[in-house]
Design a protein around this ligand. Structure first.
Ligand SMILES: Cc1cc2nc3c(=O)[nH]c(=O)nc-3n(C[C@H](O)[C@H](O)[C@H](O)COP(=O)(O)O)c2cc1C
Length: 151
């Protein structure tokens, strides 16, 4: 069964709300035959990356970049997964209160290096997530999961 791996750093209630909305979309009953696995960014292993077929990344923007936790996930696995995960789809959600551009750029750079394929527009939320923001998160989860459904 195809597997979607959600790699997230979730340090606050707002990031938790976004994470839950993404999971809810990814596990919608209409999306059949896709296993959704979640890993905290500080605990994800190279095997987790290799055993997945697509990825959802979630992080706060910190100091103009992704969280150290998400960076750590890639620092530890980059060369182990390089060339073995090329072409796989991914999505990204970010929470930041002062601008997420640097974090978006960082993820684009990392995933371009890995050869991953952006499967949906990035979702970036500032402040308390609105109903529409959480719908966007839901759609992100559903969109990336649906791409893994076997035709
Ligand atoms: C050390 C530190 C650096 C941060 N840098 C940024 C940043 O560069 N851009 C940004 O949009 N938010 C930044 N933030 C805000 C975090 O993204 C925010 O705290 C996180 O998304 C959780 O949101 P919340 O605290 O409102 O729940 C920073 C927060 C901390 C603690």
């Amino acid at each position: 069964m195809p597997r979607l791996l959600i790699i997230h750093h979730t340090p606050s209630p707002y990031t938790q709300a976004m994470f839950e909305a993404v999971i809810s979309g990814a596990t919608d009953p209409e999306i059949e035959g896709v296993e959704v696995v979640r890993r905290a960014a500080l605990s994800v292993s190279s095997s987790d990356f290799l055993e997945a077929d697509g990825y959802l990344l979630g992080s706060p923007a910190n100091l103009g970049y992704v969280s150290g936790a998400l960076k750590h996930a890639f620092d530890c696995s980059y060369y182990q997964i390089l060339d073995s995960t090329r072409g796989r789809p991914f999505g990204l959600y970010l929470h930041g209160n002062e601008g997420t551009e640097g974090a978006e750029k960082a993820v684009t750079s990392i995933t371009t290096g890995l050869g991953w394929v952006k499967a949906a527009d990035y979702v970036a939320v500032s402040g308390k997530p609105s109903k529409e923001d959480l719908e966007q998160c839901w759609n992100l989860g559903a969109t990336v999961a649906a791409q893994l459904m076997e035709g």
